[in-house]
Design a protein around this ligand. Sequence first.
Ligand SMILES: CC(C)(COP(=O)(O)OP(=O)(O)OC[C@H]1O[C@@H](n2cnc3c(N)ncnc32)[C@H](O)[C@@H]1OP(=O)(O)O)[C@@H](O)C(=O)NCCC(=O)NCCS
Length: 185
Amino acid sequence: MRLETARLVLREWREADKPLYAKIIGDPVVRRFFVQTGTLADASIGIDRAMDRLRDVGFTFLAVERKADQAFMGMLGMAPLSDTLRATIAGAPRVEIGWQLGQEFWGQGYAPEGAQAMLDFAWWKLRLTEVVAITYQGNTPSRRVMEKLGMIYDANADFLHPDVPEGHLLRNHVLYRIANPVLSG
Ligand SMILES: CC(C)(COP(=O)(O)OP(=O)(O)OC[C@H]1O[C@@H](n2cnc3c(N)ncnc32)[C@H](O)[C@@H]1OP(=O)(O)O)[C@@H](O)C(=O)NCCC(=O)NCCS
């Protein structure tokens, strides 16, 4: 799987990406809305799982590269929601879109650009009916990306993330939805 935009390539993962992605998820600023930072082992497991998922379902969280200099920028893509999350969220949505870039790439519209290409793939190639995005309610940058994509905040679908410890502020999550504009006419 490979998607291209004006400035980005979204591609399958390589072994060499693992330490680079570990640096991003190990950055406490990147992870300020997560319960903890990630390790090299986390990056490795996540990347292997992403490649397995691509084989299983035909889409996944991909590596993001900048065309101009081939810089590795982070992760962006789609994945099926876990059974636990589906059981927690109103309407049991099926597929989420998500993103995580290194700090030096923020604020240049890269995430919305890559995510729009991913949504176009979801609409035209996969013919999905809906894609959702979830985040901690205070993650304004991520919510801005959702809004730029035309995703709609579902105020009835706020939820407590089951993977975040009870009583933790970061448990409070919000959900944004977007329906397939191709199928809906
Ligand atoms: C969320 C994220 C992918 C956005 O990527 P991006 O390519 O910077 O997206 P944009 O350029 O469209 O900027 C989106 C918003 O980020 C915020 N932002 C921009 N530059 C920023 C910076 N240097 N520092 C902090 N926030 C910044 C702004 O709120 C911006 O909205 P605006 O364009 O209306 O001002 C990126 O911030 C990120 O990787 N964050 C850490 C990981 C994360 O939280 N992922 C989401 C988990 S649900």
